[in-house]
Design a protein around this ligand. Structure first.
Ligand SMILES: N[C@@H](CCC(=O)N[C@@H](CS)C(=O)NCC(=O)O)C(=O)O
Length: 206
């Protein structure tokens, strides 16, 4: 299989899961500004939505949507610690967090990357909204090592990338004691370290 990715983008979460499971995978970087792959291909020919990640399976199917690719990877390899099986209610708790990170945080951060978004709107609307969501997670993490408790699961990989973006945009992580502790611990995780190294990110942004 092959993952289309962009350095430090949400596709880093997919890579962390690939490394967490230990799957062989090829990687091709995508220049999102020009929609060109590393090999000079028009990226729209791989993913007509133009966004990373896209995972090309060995049978030629191309799967998109970060949260769905992660579910596919866990289910197809029986990685039940990352995503419990159907019939186990914890599966829906994992998916509940995965959906929260995808829809509230990831898509909450997206306008921050838009150069046409006025700074005033970022400062007075987007950043306060993101901070409120990070504060909610911070409180949750006071009594949880990972989002779901003692086990690292799919949304932890995704949240790791979102916290690195908070650092990129110079959010003051000292505001969130438990989120900072969580982030520091995740940075030591083998799959995370491997993924950062593979993307040439010697250290995450915070
Ligand atoms: N709905 C997609 C969105 C992915 C997404 O927003 N990817 C960003 C990078 S983090 C991207 O490729 N943005 C460029 C674009 O959408 O044109 C998913 O959840 O996978």
């Amino acid at each position: 299989m092959k993952l289309e990715y962009t350095k430090g983008a949400c596709s880093l979460a997919t890579r962390i899961i690939i490394n967490e499971i230990g799957l062989p995978c090829e990687y091709e970087s995508v220049d999102l500004a020009n929609k060109k792959t590393q090999n000079g291909q028009n990226y729209f020919n791989i993913n007509p939505k133009g966004a990373v990640p896209a995972l090309t399976l060995d049978n030629g199917e191309v799967l998109t949507e970060n949260a769905v690719i992660m579910q596919y990877l866990a289910d197809s390899t029986n990685a039940v610690k990352l995503l419990p099986p159907q019939g186990d209610f914890m599966r829906y708790r994992v998916l509940e967090w995965l959906n929260y990170v995808a829809t509230e945080l990831h898509k909450g951060f997206s306008p921050m990357f838009n150069p046409h978004m006025p700074q005033d709107v970022k400062d007075h609307v987007i950043i306060p909204m993101l901070k409120a969501k990070l504060s909610f997670i911070n409180i949750h993490l006071e009594n949880h090592r990972y989002l779901l408790g003692d086990e690292f699961t799919l949304p932890d990989a995704y949240l790791f990338v979102m916290i690195s973006w908070a650092g990129y945009f110079k959010f003051n992580m000292n505001e969130w004691e438990y989120l900072s502790r969580y982030y520091t611990e995740l940075q030591k995780r083998k799959s995370v370290q491997q993924s950062l190294t593979e993307e040439g990110l010697s250290k995450a942004a915070v």
